[in-house]
Ligand binder design. Structure first.
Ligand code: SAM
Length: 438
């Protein structure tokens, strides 16, 4: 009989991607996925270490799982991903019911590791470096319209607030052939849209021999027949080249949507963050982007309450949200990460100030985002249909190229996976209302 695997995933899209590969690799060893932790033989928790809150969630989940383990001692509990990589000892100390701890380099060996724990009945820890392997194993439930494809691992930016360089290692790109083969495989199973993933996805290919870049990769993925759309994330302003900006405009399947983390609108804070650009440079890039790519939608990440951030610094960040006119903003309260330079800075901002700034920046972001949505009213846009509306099962739902959700009446037709023209009739706070055009 097949063993049962329950997977719990926290964190970014890269973690979602990794979890899918783990499910696929274990499926090859006769592990079936289950949604019910109580019937699982193996539970794997894929973790995130980016902010303290993400770690707390994991420890509280591990606390819950301890009950299951007491009732069924043969249950294997594993912790994988960034937290595992960073705090292997701490995880075992705080959650002794955990049998297996492994970082992202060990994912390719997950089958072997799980079997070893089950066979030897003793804890296994694997957070060593390992060569980069492109994993393409997918779980059985892989047939869907949209998929993530990791194109590179690691980050070498060394922003002073961030743990990623220590959890995911150096920048290493996958070969374009392997990526294209993976996309072809996904498309053969019905996938219509891929999101190319990397911590600094626009640094893709610099480390390969011969070197290549994301613009070139766009072109190659664009040539995959049957694929409708290409998205990509996350880009760093430091590596944004004119060539890539032109590729966003010129490669037909690449959507006009760019996630470009700003983090702060203040030069003083940007420098202390070690971001490698100034406010003026960022705005120069925005100008170039907007002049080159008509209708480009922009989103960003912001950190509020970075050590030493004054009210004046914060006001400059708010001003940038207005000036750039983001479609979407992800704002985070600065979280002090052990081992990072910013954690040692002595002018830490009180939590209540961070909370207040977070609330204020979101107010601005919602207003600016709503205005961006409204500009779509009356326009006819291509929508990739990916499901039925959450509120009304008779309605179809899909996304614009600028990544807005659109709900509309499909007139009784099954449009799943099709790109159809829709007239936007109203912009609502979280979605658009549309009418299907002939
Ligand atoms: N690699 C991307 C970059 O540097 O632009 C971002 C990847 S990170 C997983 C996503 C976001 O988390 C970052 O852009 C940043 O806004 C936020 N973040 C990272 N470290 C943080 C920290 N210590 N506290 C709060 N937010 C943090």
């Amino acid at each position: 009989m097949a063993s049962k695997l329950h997977l719990i995933t926290y964190g970014c899209q890269m973690n979602e991607y990794d979890s899918e590969r783990v499910a696929g690799l274990l499926r090859e060893r006769q592990y079936e996925l289950t949604d019910d932790a109580r019937e699982a033989d193996v539970i794997l928790v894929n973790t995130c270490a980016i902010r303290e809150k993400a770690e707390e969630k994991v420890y509280s989940k591990l606390g819950e799982l301890k009950q299951l383990k007491s009732a069924r001692p043969e249950l294997v509990i594993g912790v994988m991903g960034c937290m595992a990589q960073l705090q292997q000892g701490e995880v075992r100390r705080r959650a002794p019911s955990v049998d297996l701890v492994f970082g992202s380099p060990a994912i390719a060996r997950v089958g072997e590791l799980v079997e070893r724990v089950r066979r030897e009945r003793r804890p296994v820890l694997d957070t060593a470096e390992a060569p980069l392997v492109k994993l393409t194993a997918k779980p059985a439930s892989a047939d869907r319209l949209k998929a993530f494809v990791t194109v590179m691992e690691g980050c070498e930016k060394h922003c002073t607030f961030c743990v990623v360089p220590r959890t995911r290692g150096r920048e290493r790109s996958h070969a374009p052939e392997a990526i294209v083969a993976e996309v072809e495989g996904l498309v053969a199973e019905g996938c219509r849209e891929v999101t190319l993933l990397g911590q600094t996805v626009n640094a893709y290919g610099r480390d390969l021999t011969p070197p290549t870049d994301l613009a070139e990769l766009f072109q190659r993925v664009n040539d995959v027949e049957g694929l409708a759309r290409i998205r990509f994330t996350t880009s760093n302003p430091y590596n944004l080249t004119p060539r890539l900006i032109r590729a966003i405009r010129d490669v037909p399947k690449v959507c006009e949507y760019l996630h470009l983390p700003l983090q702060s609108g203040s030069d003083r804070v940007l420098e202390r963050m070690n971001r490698g650009y100034t406010r003026a440079r960022y705005l120069e890039l925005i100008e170039e982007l907007q002049a080159t790519v008509p209708d480009l939608a922009l989103s960003t990440d912001l950190i509020v309450g970075f050590p030493g951030e004054t009210e004046e610094d914060f006001a400059q960040t708010v001003e940038m949200v207005e000036t750039v006119g983001y479609d979407n903003v992800f704002a985070f309260r600065y979280s002090r990460r052990p081992g990072t330079p910013a954690a040692e800075m002595d002018d830490q901002v009180p939590e209540e100030v961070k909370a207040d700034r977070n609330r204020r920046i979101l107010e601005t972001a919602v207003r600016v985002g709503a205005a961006r949505s409204q500009r779509l009213e009356g326009r006819r846009v291509p929508v990739l249909v990916d499901g039925v509306s959450r509120k009304n099962a008779g309605e179809a739902t899909g996304r614009t190229r600028c990544n807005r959700v659109v709900n509309f009446d499909p007139g009784g037709r099954d449009l799943m996976g099709r790109v159809v023209p829709v007239r936007i009739v109203r912009a609502l706070p979280h979605s658009l209302r549309g009418e299907l055009e002939a």
